[in-house]
Write a protein that binds this ligand. Structure first.
Ligand code: PMP
Ligand code: GLN
Length: 394
């Protein structure tokens, strides 16, 4: 047999790709993989197109073009009151995916422990394992996904170097509260750790709730690596422009990891994202308001169909319990079935668990789609449910 990396050989194709392919195959509305079905702001796209034509197409600086680093620093100040030096404390990456990898590489050695909260985004665990670090999983439980404080505290030990925190959280739609964050900050400080903060949904919070970067808590400025993504903030998920804000000694290590992973990120896209980050507050408010309405539409529709719909406070996603519908099968079977039979795709929530005994009765539906598309998806699910009822009665 040819040589192969055992971890990669054992890794399946990501559920997002699997479900998107199945959606295409069956002509399903794709409420699986989280990407909007509308373009991002026209002025950002126009800025990228213009930037392609003005002769700056060679390698940009390793840590990002100055325009974008300055824009990230300015956005940190405007939205969160975080002061960051654009030259020493910001690193631009090729998406949050690369940023996550670079941050983990920056702070972990083989054998170091990292605390992860389950359910978790699908790149976290394989990457932690790939660099030889040891994951310590702590599980949040539906419907509230509250932080299990005693278990979290017990997961920290002498070998812990980092916690990876995702707020607003995929797939749960949870937005960590100030109290929960203060508890996490206490553990991070007490154990002399850092926090890698995946905040790609920082602007996507609803009902007046505000995202709180852990970095803004006392003692956390020097211990946090804060990750953002233009994909989510500007509805341009294909662009893969991310950014890390961290104290200079950490940012320097992240830059070295970025140097090894990709070295740089396309300069025209960086310059366009800088234009985006300078958009007026109104853009960011309108984005979240629109998504909140889409969440309401989808949540209410699923509830009418009999799903047990969990609250979503941020992100692109609604988690729904399908067990009241009487489907005999687990979440993977359910999502496959509705993709084929109802022509609506969703993601099985068990895909976000690594540990044993993951719940298998939840599906994640993305609502970052036009209202008419969500309405059509609900119609399709309604027709599917009606067909099942009449078949059962026959
Ligand atoms: N983190 C989370 C929680 C995500 O949902 C995603 C997916 N968009 C990413 C990271 C990756 O972001 P990007 O597309 O910028 O690489
Ligand atoms: N973040 C997206 C989601 O959770 C997927 C991104 C990807 O496919 N890698 O749906």
């Amino acid at each position: 047999m040819l040589p192969q990396n055992a971890l990669l050989a054992a890794t399946g194709t990501t559920i997002f790709t699997v479900m998107s392919a199945l959606a295409v195959q069956h002509g399903a509305i794709n409420l699986g993989q989280g990407f909007p079905d509308t373009e991002g702001p026209a002025e950002i796209v126009a800025a990228a197109a213009a930037a392609l034509k003005d002769g700056r197409n060679q390698y940009p600086p390793l840590t990002g073009v100055p325009e974008l680093r300055q824009a990230v620093a300015a956005a940190n100040r405007r939205f969160w009151g975080i002061e960051a030096d654009p030259d020493r404390e910001v690193v631009v990456t090729s998406g949050a995916t690369e940023a996550l990898a670079a941050c983990l590489m920056a702070v972990l050695n083989p054998g170091d422990e990292v605390v992860l909260l389950e359910p978790l985004y699908d790149t976290y665990l394989p990457f932690v394992r790939m660099i030889g670090a040891v994951p310590k999983l702590v599980r949040l439980s539906p419907p509230e996904w509250a932080l299990p404080r005693a278990e979290l505290a017990a997961a920290f030990g002498p070998k812990t170097r980092a916690i990876l925190l995702n707020t607003p959280m995929n797939p749960t739609g949870k937005v960590f509260t100030a109290d929960e964050l203060a508890f996490i900050a206490g553990l991070v400080a007490r154990h002399d750790c850092v926090a890698i903060c995946d905040e790609v949904y920082e602007h996507l919070t609803f009902d007046g709730r505000r995202h709180i970067p852990l970095m803004t808590l006392p003692g956390m400025r020097e211990r946090s690596l804060r990750i953002g993504s233009a994909g989510k903030t500007f509805s341009l998920t294909g662009w893969k422009v991310g950014y890390v804000t961290a104290a200079a000694p950490l940012a320097e290590l992240v830059a070295k990891a970025h140097q090894l992973l990709t070295f740089t990120t396309p300069p025209n896209l960086q310059r366009a994202v800088a234009v985006g980050l300078a958009l007026p507050d109104e853009y960011f408010i309108t984005l979240a308001d629109g998504l909140a309405r889409q969440r309401d539409l989808l949540s209410a529709g699923l509830r009418r169909l009999g799903f047990g719909v969990l609250p979503t406070r941020g992100s692109y996603f609604v988690t729904a319990d399908f067990s009241p519908l009487g489907f005999a099968g687990d979440d993977a079977a359910f999502c496959r079935h509705i993709t084929e039979a109802a022509k609506v795709a969703a993601i099985p929530v068990s895909a976000f668990y690594a540990g044993p005994d993951a719940p298998t009765h939840y599906a994640r539906f993305a609502f970052c789609k036009r209202p008419e598309v969500l309405a059509e998806a609900l119609d399709r699910l309604g027709r599917w449910a009606a067909r099942r009822t009449s078949a059962a009665a026959d």
